[in-house]
Design a protein around this ligand. Structure first.
Ligand SMILES: [Zn+2]
Length: 274
């Protein structure tokens, strides 16, 4: 943990430090070895929060992007259950930064415990299995309403470049065709509409996650993957066809919105000059 109570003050770890856990009140000792992230550990037992993950430099860097009083905030449920959120912003959004894989059961428990929660996942460990493909137009644009995209995958090199059908063409043959049900038709390539796609681009891309960590695809709360390079990829469903897509946003925008919006779902929903 980054913080412990020393003389009733939240303090970062220092050599020889002794403190009290802000969550459970038990004794803590500072761990300040040369090869570890300086941190506090419970002196006599496991961490009191079973959801706690050993901190990496990546965790610590994320916490340090937020004001000190937003980091490691304890929460008590009405039934007395206590957990410690990595980050709770001043507007009440909980941000959990997660490096390791997680079971569905734990992901579901944490989502229901915190409610107004957003996940930030460390993508560095699976980046080579995570391909980002062509741009997609803003799914709410008029232009996008006629397009049905083929799912791009690593094993289908052609589709990864951008293939689509047109609803308007399908309707000429079958007046009952809808975007959700159409599975075949005249295949078009993205090069035909490149300029319009560029104009309607709002950060959406096709992607393929080979051997995905499934629980994040099923998450109820927003999931952002930290790809490094100051970019986050939010996992989204693109449109009524059920196509999975990502939406790229900058870390700066994410942090700004997490500190100003009231709800996790509102992050990156409104764009204006920062
Ligand atoms: Zn504790």
């Amino acid at each position: 943990m980054q913080y412990s109570l020393v003389d009733n003050q939240r303090r970062e770890a220092f050599t020889g430090g002794k403190g009290i856990c802000p969550t459970c009140g038990s004794a803590m000792v500072a761990k300040c070895g040369p090869r570890v992230i300086h941190h506090w550990a419970h002196a006599t037992r496991q961490n009191c929060d079973p959801w706690w993950e050993n901190e990496t430099a990546w965790h610590r860097d994320w916490k340090n992007l937020f004001p000190e009083n937003c980091r490691e905030i304890s929460h008590t449920a009405p039934d007395g259950e206590i957990h410690r959120a990595d980050i709770k912003t001043s507007t009440g959004i909980i941000i959990e930064v997660q490096h390791s894989a997680m079971t569905d059961a734990e992901r579901i428990s944490r989502e229901s415990f915190y409610g107004n929660l957003v996940w930030v996942i460390d993508g560095s460990t699976f980046r080579k299995n995570f391909d980002i493909y062509h741009l997609l137009p803003d799914p709410t644009s008029n232009f996008a309403q006629d397009l049905i995209w083929s799912k791009a995958t690593r094993s289908m090199q052609g589709a990864a470049r951008g293939l689509f059908f047109r609803l308007s063409e399908a309707l000429l043959e079958n007046p009952n065709a809808t975007r959700a049900t159409l599975k075949s038709g005249w295949i078009h390539g993205i090069h035909e509409i490149e300029e319009q796609v560029n104009q309607a681009y709002r950060g959406h891309h096709q992607y393929d996650w080979v051997r995905p960590r499934r629980t994040w695809l099923d998450a109820k709360c927003p999931v952002y993957i930290d790809l490094g390079d100051n970019l986050l990829a939010r996992l989204e469903i693109y449109d009524e066809t059920g196509l999975h897509c990502i939406r790229l946003i900058s870390k700066r925008k994410f942090i700004h919105d997490a500190m100003t919006e009231l709800s996790a779902d509102a992050i990156a929903s409104r764009f204006y000059p920062l």
